[in-house]
Write a protein that binds this ligand. Structure first.
Ligand code: G16
Length: 524
């Protein structure tokens, strides 16, 4: 039945649909991506032939890795109930592939009689074209319509997926935009222009992580007058795949709390870093004395919450504004955001969890992971209120509704949101930084013999296995003022992550040393 299956044999490895889809060494992924093609087409059929998205990327991971994830028709991550099915199909022995597929099909029962439709794109990794070929084989074996968007950022693929499933009449309230790259940039540029005008004199330097965000940021610059926003792009070498995310990009800046070495920071000037597929962003600046200041996802959440809440009040709207974070949020950010008078909730790592919580709980749902992954979601009720509003604040909210990517965190859209808010507030980087002071903190990773033994509860803040380890971490935390450390298995890399914060640098160092002592028995 599957004509191309023999060309995509499964290696001996076991695969899991993790934090952001399948992600591992690229040379292991051929069969996984082929089978993801089969599943994406099936998902489309189950959803009545709506177009499903597939993105081939490993985002922040090193150049030798790659990954694949499925996007649902409204541009959100695939329904989590299907993750187990994706894992099951990826791990079926070659001889059982068709039987496994048929069993899954019997379970999900597609009623649509057509073959489904799938739109897909990839980032700049060297392994991308071959994996896309495997994906196309899977779609061909299902007879699905295959829409190839070529090189795109992950958020662009989410955007296009949503547009392909939305009304095409711009007068329709559910119209989202044109399902093209041009449509994406035109929508962002128009909304940004409506907020800041044509001569705002804003400037930003973007570290594009030597990834797909580099050419896309340059395209954005063609759509916005330079007198409104002057964009400089650095770390833009996509010709050399080996430099992707290497000593640059959002993950490097966040985890090292330092600028990319290739950049010399001009004091009191704002910079930002994208990650490899441009779905996260962190900002930073150097003060007059040359000290580095990181403005991460927590701070983006604080800024957006403060400003949007203010606009909602000015517009006289009764809307629930709230914030979603993960355990990685700096404790002082949670306190400062709470002091703005909004609810703050905590979910496990993974934007799919934050997105769901923001969507379910708030009209204006600000969600950001500390690593710079996030966006602001507006409920249908909020968007309708913005459209109907006469007051200037209401019109501004309407423009922010157009500017902010409603499908997923987006470096480009988030960057424009932050720049627009800073401009409206008349804030320099130091004013934004002054919203609160981070507790000293660190994120480390450790290679372990088997990361799957690390099981967590309470939004990943506590371990339930291996037995006895959490008690040691609890004792370490209790020994230091404001000490908070947790350990969890990464869903995107073969490591465990250790996050710690404490009242002073010395306490932080001692806390981390204690916890690493406790982790020694598990080290690879
Ligand atoms: C992905 C997810 C993020 C998550 C990050 C790290 O980001 O989309 O939600 O924070 O991985 O996850 P983990 O700690 O489980 O490895 P990206 O930018 O790599 O797609």
């Amino acid at each position: 039945m599957f004509a191309h299956a023999h060309a995509h044999p499964k290696p001996a490895n076991t695969f899991a649909y993790g934090t952001a889809g399948f992600r591992t060494k690229a040379d292991l992924l051929d069969s996984v991506v082929y089978r993801t093609g089969l599943l994406a087409a099936l998902r489309s059929a189950v959803l009545g032939g709506q177009t499903v998205g597939v993105m081939v990327t490993a985002s922040h991971n090193p150049p030798a890795d790659n990954g694949v994830k499925i996007v649902d028709p409204l541009g959100n991550m695939m329904d989590q109930a299907w993750e187990a099915l994706a894992t099951q199909l990826a791990n079926a022995p070659d001889s059982e592939l068709e039987a496994t597929f048929e069993a899954i099909k019997a379970q999900v029962q597609p009623t649509y009689t057509g073959a489904g439709s799938v739109v897909f794109a990839r980032d700049t990794r060297a392994s991308g074209p071959a994996l896309i070929a495997a994906l196309k084989d899977g779609l061909a074996d299902m007879g699905a319509t295959a829409i190839d968007m070529g090189l795109q950022t992950t958020p662009q693929l989410h955007y296009v997926t949503r547009c392909l499933n939305s009304p095409t009449d711009a007068a329709d309230a559910a119209y989202f935009g044109q399902p093209t790259e041009e449509g994406y940039f035109a929508k962002l540029a128009a909304a940004f222009g409506a907020i800041v005008g044509d001569t705002a004199g804003i400037a930003i330097t973007i570290d594009a992580a030597n990834g797909v965000g580099a050419p896309k940021a340059k395209l954005l610059a063609e759509h916005i007058p330079a007198a409104a926003l002057a964009i400089t792009v650095v770390n833009d070498d996509t010709a050399n795949c080996d430099v992707l995310n290497s000593r640059c990009g959002a993950d490097y800046v966040k985890t090292t709390i330092s600028p990319p070495p290739a950049l010399t920071l001009v004091p009191n000037t704002l910079y930002c870093s994208f990650d490899g597929d441009a779905d996260r962003i962190v900002f930073y600046y150097a003060d007059a004395a040359g000290a580095f200041h990181l403005l991460d996802g927590d701070r983006i959440a604080a800024l957006a919450t403060k400003y949007l809440k203010q606009l909602v009040a000015e517009a006289g709207l009764d809307l629930a504004v709230g914030v979603v974070q993960t355990a990685y949020a700096n404790g002082n950010s949670t306190t400062a955001i709470g002091a703005l008078g909004v609810n703050v909730t905590c979910t496990p790592t993974g934007v799919k969890h934050l997105h769901k919580a923001a969507h379910e709980n708030y009209d204006v749902g600000v969600y950001f992971e500390a690593n710079g992954h996030g966006t602001v979601l507006f409920s249908d009720r909020a968007l309708a209120a913005f459209r109907a509003a006469d007051a200037p604040a209401g019109r501004l909210l309407h423009s922010f509704g157009e500017l902010i990517n409603q499908t997923v965190g987006d470096s480009v859209s988030d960057m424009l949101m932050v720049l627009a808010i800073l401009h409206k507030l008349g804030w320099a980087p130091g004013d934004w930084d002054a919203m609160y002071t981070d507790l000293p903190n660190t994120i480390r990773k450790m290679e372990v013999a088997d990361r799957t033994i690390f099981k967590t509860t309470n939004a990943e803040r506590q371990l339930v296995a291996p037995e006895g380890l959490q008690a040691k971490i609890d004792a370490a935390n209790a020994a230091y003022p404001a000490g908070r450390c947790f350990v969890r298995a990464s869903g995107t890399e073969d490591v465990i992550r250790v996050y710690a914060e404490a009242a002073t640098d010395a306490d932080l160092a001692a806390l981390v040393a204690n916890v690493f002592d406790a982790l020694q028995p598990y080290k690879a």
